[in-house]
Design a binder for this molecule. Structure first.
Ligand SMILES: [Zn+2]
Length: 255
């Protein structure tokens, strides 16, 4: 079993502290900053064994150096192809690799688009996907370094994972994303009811993350660029999915 603790930091980031319950090994995913992680671990009398970075952005790696200073045995697991942009990687990973946290095993999947080397960590047995800024609940990351073709391919890799996968993304953007999604698929009844649900959650300041992949597959427009309702919804019924993706991404950037 794996324990997953969600720490909200900065304005809308989530850091995840993950512990293999069999061995007590503890890791942290995308530490935007070190202080909240250290405070949590000290309170729980745990030490840190590893850091998992999904990509090089500062709000995902900003805590690396101080955490490693504080926990000298802690190893940094991060994408090999972002080696020049993430200092001091101990375990560089690429597509198809597996990494371990105690007896919990994650598969590394490369999902370029937001950045060229973005990876996600899929703990298959635990149904947990740490996807950084590649996929958000009802949205996806901005396409800073990739092409629409690349990013659509990446999203298809995520879509191919099992429905019951819990999606631990790195930001609380769901409400905004849902409002945008409604402009794409006005008649999706599931989307409408989900929007109502997350409005209530956010009003109480509750996290809407993690999401479940089955929900994302049915209402996240960025995972549905080949769906007739989405294509029709933006007036591109005959376009290729990557063209539809490019258009939806462009509209969201200006939303
Ligand atoms: Zn990012």
């Amino acid at each position: 079993m794996m324990e997953i603790i969600q720490l909200p930091v900065l304005s809308d980031n989530y850091i995840y502290i993950v512990t293999c319950e069999e061995t007590g090994m503890t890791g942290v995913v995308d530490p935007a900053s070190a202080d909240p992680v250290i405070a949590y671990l000290m309170a729980k009398e745990k030490k840190l064994d590893c850091i998992f970075n999904t990509h090089h952005h500062e709000d995902h790696t900003g805590g690396n150096a101080r955490l490693q200073e504080h926990y000298p045995d802690c190893e940094i697991v991060a994408p090999a192809s972002e080696k020049s942009r993430i200092p001091d990687i101990d375990i560089p990973v690429k597509d198809g690799d597996t990494v371990r946290l105690g007896v919990c095993i994650a598969k590394v999947i490369e999902v370029p688009g937001h950045t060229t080397g973005h990876v996600i960590y899929w703990f298959e047995k635990q149904n947990a996907l740490f996807c950084g800024d590649s996929l958000f609940s009802l949205g996806c990351g901005r396409m800073f370094e990739g092409t629409p073709e690349q990013m659509w391919d990446s999203l298809k890799k995520i879509r191919a994972l099992p429905d019951e996968t819990h999606v631990y993304c790195a930001h609380e953007y769901t409400l905004d994303n849902a409002k945008f999604a409604q402009t794409v698929e006005k008649t999706n009844p599931l989307l409408k009811s989900y929007l109502g649900k997350i409005e209530k959650m956010r009003a109480k300041n509750q996290p809407t993350v993690p999401s479940v992949l089955a929900i994302e597959k049915s209402i996240n427009p960025f995972l549905r660029c080949d769906h007739p309702d989405v294509k029709k919804g933006i007036g591109m019924a005959d376009a290729a999915p990557e063209e539809v993706f490019a258009e939806i991404r462009r509209r969201k950037d200006n939303f």
